[in-house]
Design a protein around this ligand. Sequence first.
Ligand SMILES: O=C(O)C(=O)C[C@]1(C(=O)O)C=C[C@@H](O)C=C1
Length: 297
Amino acid sequence: MRKFPKPALAMVDTMRSAAQADPARSIAFGGAPGSNSHQATMQFAPEALPLPCYGFEDALDAVKAGQAGAAMIPIENSQHGRVSDIHFLLPESGLAIVAEHFMRITHALMALGEGPFEAAYSHPQALGQSREFLLARNIVPMSYADTAGAAAYVAECKRPELAALAPPMAAELYGLRIVESAVEDAHDNTTRFVLLAREPRDPASLEGAQAMTTFIFEVKNVPAALYKALGCFATNGVNMTKLESYQKGASFAATRFYADIEGAPGDPRVDSALEELAFHCNSVRLLGSYAQARKRG
Ligand SMILES: O=C(O)C(=O)C[C@]1(C(=O)O)C=C[C@@H](O)C=C1
């Protein structure tokens, strides 16, 4: 059931009412109160009204419907890689990336009991980021919609043999005990979030700032198409900081690429690289230009 567990409901209702009263100030996020996305929202915009949504797609829908001014969505993690759904949801959403935010992620093992634990519930990303920790303790990873929701669920179940992996704040919110802190396998574990809005940022407003541009492209299905597409950035001296491929449909003949570059349209090097890219592609779609939150390279 796509519904927050009972211990989260009162908080969710209060936050929803506040956001409803001032949607423009509200930022939607996926997860129950206390999730990493919630904390990233508060770090990025302390004055915003965070709007909890069950999943990432619900957060995007809230922006599309005008219930929130923007959505804070995790896009990739330093250790566990791509937050998979986002690559399909983002281009289809019609929303634009207007900012990025990096957050150091730490997970705590929390429960009502003291252990040993049969299973730990959490978001698949958090389970993947703590894989070695769980394996070493023979704890079965159980997938849940988000980390804080998993903590609320464990509190609701009242079964001492179950635990959750969630931000420490979730233990306080849902009345669980922290059994072990900082259980992520890498202690520089970091997630990159993007802020999505209905209207893109005008690249001209980024003049003087170190900007990033994100886009999706589909190369023509001919030999060396990707080589030629990437050559556009090489010859124009544009730095590409991310390139990921994913399949479009089940034909396995059409590959889409998701890319981040430094710079924004209006910069003559970026303009000519994108113009040349279009020549080698079936489609190129800009997802947004925004200020860099962390220096690349
Ligand atoms: O469940 C949460 O707490 C989330 O905000 C989701 C999410 C993710 O999907 O990447 C956010 C940051 C962490 O990497 C772990 C989980």
